[in-house]
Every structure is written in C-alpha cells, then in structure tokens.
Write a protein that binds this ligand. Structure first.
Ligand SMILES: NC(=O)c1ccc[n+]([C@@H]2O[C@H](COP(=O)([O-])OP(=O)(O)OC[C@H]3O[C@@H](n4cnc5c(N)ncnc54)[C@H](OP(=O)(O)O)[C@@H]3O)[C@@H](O)[C@H]2O)c1
Length: 279
C-alpha cells in the first residue's frame, strides 16, 4: 500500500504541482478541493503523466465548517493512516466578505478551515507523519485581532487581513508542534516564495517580475512544500518556519508568543465547534 498524502487546494498553483510531485514520488494522493470538476481535470492530467497513480479528489470548501467536517469524515472512513497532511489552499480577497459561518473570509479559509481539518484528522496521522502549513512571509506584517474577525470593518485592508490569516498559520503550527512533541508527527510551516499563481491579483502578477526579480513559477513555488514533505533531513524538525530556500527562519516575534498561540487555539476550537480544547 502506498503512503497517503492529504492536500488541500490542488486545482491551481502550488498545490497542483505538489499533488503531481507527490504522486510521482509514489504517494496515494487525496486532493481536498472546492471545485470537484477542476480537481478531476487535475487528476486526469496527473494520470497522463503518471499512469496508475492513486489520486482521489474529494469536495472540501474550507470556507464552510460543514464541508470540512464532511470531507474529513470521508477521509477517516475511506483511508488508513495519513503520512502527509498539507494545508496548502489559500486566498486573498480585495473586499470584505464573511464565510457562511460568519468569519472574515481570509481568516476562515486560510486558518479556521485548515485548523478544523487538522484537528479532525490529527489522530489519523501515521507515525512518522508530517503536517505542513503553507504560510507566507507576509505573516511578518500581520497582527491578530480575534475580536475583529466576526465584525464588519469600517475600512477593509486586504493585505492586513491576508497577513493576519498567515500569522494565524504560523501561530497554529507552533501550538500544534507543542501538542505533538514526543510523538512521531511533526508540524512545520513555510513561505513558498513570491509565486506567479492565481493568488496574486492579475495586475500584480503582470508587474511582479519587474519589482521582484525572484518571482517564482509554480514549479519552483512548490519546492519548499515538497522539501518539507519528502526530505529526510527534516524528518525530525518540528515547530519551525522555513523560507523559500528551505532554511529555518525566525518568525515574527508575535508568532512565538505562547499566550497568543493558545488564545488563537482556544478561540479557533470554540468557533469551529470542537467540544473541548484539545491538548
Ligand atoms: N502565490 C504566492 O506568492 C504565495 C506567497 C506566499 C504564500 N502563498 C500561499 O501558498 C498557498 C497556495 O497558494 P497559490 O499561490 O498556489 O494560490 P492559487 O494558485 O490561487 O491556488 C490556491 C488553491 O487554493 C484553493 N482554494 C481557495 N479557496 C478554497 C476553499 N474555500 N476551499 C478549498 N480550496 C480553496 C484554490 O481552489 P480554486 O481553484 O477553487 O480557486 C486553489 O486550488 C496559499 O496558502 C497561499 O497563501 C502563496
């Protein structure tokens, strides 16, 4: 039986390349995507390159707790131990929007959905196993306003909301690694580089190579995720933030604040409807 990799957001960008490379490395890949039709197209594309690969798309809209719960239930029911759980999917929004559950959409999709998914699958992780959160260097510009994620702001700051959600990825990773200490499961997060994907607004994608010579294509953008997933040198690393060159880097000092990590964990647990804070 091939080892199992569960990854979110494989219809485009970094996740699409990551899923293909994991299939190429011999993993059975479960792709959690909100657009099942697009996910099947990616599956067919991978199968053309890697005949016989095991790739199963499952519907999962990270903007909806109900959808995340349904997807996690399918994974728990159909599959055995998970070797790799990769929280890759992410968005940015130019306008203020709330998820169906009433949370600011960057925070809902980039943090709360992956947090719930991870908690629902955590006990199904194989030993050894790796949990990887695709964060961003933009977290360095983030602050956490837990009171604000359910209210309508007077002025919406797109970058601040994205940065907050990516800071939440780093806080989540560090708190998760603490909970996993002493087990064979690791948790790390990363910045993939500035990647010319759908995430960047079209106008920014056009000028990005001019202002940032190190804009990566999606193939290069997937490299750090794949490094954390596959490289033996990081098998025991946990609770770290890696940059796009596979180097451990200091995260924002705020992300190291254990009290803030725990405040986010407690609020997230309550908001996603998990009964008691897990430890
Ligand atoms: N691109 C960069 O420069 C950059 C830099 C730092 C960090 N990152 C991080 O890298 C990760 C991947 O981003 P990318 O650049 O590859 O972006 P992308 O090309 O826009 O791909 C994002 C993926 O996430 C999926 N997704 C979005 N909302 C979803 C939802 N509600 N439920 C499930 N899946 C959803 C998308 O699905 P659809 O096809 O349905 O939209 C798509 O497959 C993100 O976490 C992002 O924050 C990117």
């Amino acid at each position: 039986m091939p080892d199992l990799a569960v990854i979110t957001g494989t219809t485009h960008g970094i996740g699409r390349v990551t899923a293909r490379e994991l299939a190429g490395a011999g993993y059975a890949v479960v792709m959690l995507c909100r657009d099942l039709l697009a996910a099947h197209e990616v599956r067919d594309e991978i199968l053309q390159k890697i005949p016989g690969a095991s790739i199963d798309p499952i519907t999962c809209d990270l903007a909806s707790f109900a959808s995340v719960r349904a997807a996690a239930a399918i994974v728990r029911e159909r599959y055995g131990p998970i070797r790799l759980l990769i929280n890759n999917a992410g968005i940015t929004t130019m306008k203020h929007r709330l998820s169906v559950d009433g949370f600011e959409l960057n925070f809902a999709i980039n943090h709360l959905g992956p947090f719930l998914l991870t908690e629902l699958l955590r006990e199904r992780m194989a030993a050894p196993g790796r949990i990887i959160n695709v964060a961003s260097r933009v977290h360095l510009r983030g602050g956490l306003d837990l009171a604000g994620v359910r209210s309508v702001p007077r002025r919406f700051n797109s970058l601040a909301m994205y940065a907050q959600s990516k800071l939440a990825n780093v806080l989540h990773t560090f708190a998760l690694a603490r909970r996993l200490a002493g087990t064979a499961v690791t948790a790390n997060c990363l910045h993939p580089g500035v990647v010319a994907s759908n995430l960047l607004p079209r106008w920014l994608r056009l000028i990005k190579p001019l202002i940032s010579p190190q804009t990566f294509d999606v193939e290069r953008g997937a490299e750090t995720t794949l490094f954390l997933a596959l490289d033996t040198s990081v098998a025991r690393e946990s609770g770290k933030y890696f940059d796009e060159f596979h180097m451990v880097r200091p995260a924002l000092a705020t992300a190291e604040d254990v009290a803030l990590q725990e405040a986010l964990w407690e609020a997230s647990t309550r908001w996603v409807g998990l009964s008691a804070p897990s430890c």
